[in-house]
Design a protein around this ligand. Sequence first.
Ligand code: UDX
Length: 464
Amino acid sequence: MSMVNPTITIIGTGYVGLTTSAVLSNAGYKVYAVDTDQMKIDTMKEGKAYFFERGLDDFVRNGVESGRLMPTTSYEDSVPHADIIFSCVGTPSKDDGSSNLDYVYCAAESSAKCMKDGCIYVQKSTVPVGTGRGVIARIGNVNPNLKFDYVSNPEFLAEGSALFDALNIDRIVVGGDNHKALESVLRIFKKVDDFSKKLDHSKYKAYVGFYSGKVVNIKDSDFSQREVRTSLESAELVKVAANSFLALKISFANSVAMLCDTVGADVTEVMNGIGLDHRIGRAMLYSGLGWGGGCFPKDVRGLISVYKENNLDSPIINATVEVNNGMVAYVVKKLQRIVAIGSCRIAILGLSFKPGTSDIRSSQSILLANRLFDMGAEVVTFDPQANREARKELSKGVEICTSIEEALKDSDVVVIATEWKEFLEYDWKSARELVSGNVLFDARNRLDKKILTDIGFKYVGIGR
Ligand code: UDX
């Protein structure tokens, strides 16, 4: 057993597990990455990630080639070596919004059979408060004589900037009963922080600070200032409370945007004015089509369920969801006032739930494309990375194009649904030659209204 240079096993190779295993192996740890999905493990063995995330392939390849990153489908071949196990499995929503913990319990029980004494079981999966105690009990049931510690260590990386976030740790939250175990987990990330300070991050920085307006420089800050030690229950609540608060900020900005549309104000100007107040901050106040992805929708609904289970009301959080659920309909209504949707060819640019990722989970753009198609529009779409992923979620008649130009050609309306840099930096002057109509609906409020208007587009935003 070595807690100075521990061997690590990571269970689950989703966004969190794969990024964490790639980073820890590059920082010098011996890391087993376990997933029951053979395709994911085979892709890792080839030195690649099975999803698009800037810079990650290089880290996976380097980890595998160095021999320190060992992908496997077997618990028996990996868990017995581990001094520290990170559980990074999925916690999807059930139909009622509560979290499905099957994978969490299954990973714990499968590990329990072959964990060694003194091992620390770290929960990185986002779980409802109270789950940790249940996991501890289950491991104890499977292996009553095992001596182990349990630590909750929520993960805050965002897709599109996952690698940068994992290397530039803004805070590490560890919660549990045994302070020695908390220190062992903190030490792992201190080493990552030291390793990260020597790296050039420019290669995978494209979307860093995209929603905050500024890039935080972690390099100059002392790691101990970023450590947060808590009880087990507090750490479990930190993650869902953080994500719910961020979603709340976006829904707040969208609520103000709808008022702006009516009173003739510009929401971007209003948020710029609000955001400079350091108590508020500009981050997550970009109004538009609303929030989606693998985390916010699931975590916010999960938190509402926890309130319910505890016989408490959650009006603020309910409203956060309600506003977001109305955003696609709001865009449709605004568009309806300008054109006859049923007789238009509409180009939807962007299908992923945010730029920088091929992830299409709970993508507002896809909802919008399908809604417009149902209303009789001819809908053509394009995404720089998510075309393949989007196919199964888009209605059959929605066309997917292989270039921006193909989508723009002969369209009556152009909608920026996901704010990829490819669209923001596009030569919109030349686009005027391709399109038939002149309506440009910037559903992410990211283009320059004046420039687009001067070019000859009828620019429409949300709240501007
Ligand atoms: C989020 C949290 O940011 C991250 O800390 C956590 O670990 C996982 O959940 P992610 O889901 O990758 O990360 O996306 P994020 O960048 O937070 O954006 C979420 C959604 O909100 C996207 O659909 C995005 O388009 C939208 N958004 C974000 C806005 O509409 N406006 C904003 O100002 C910010």
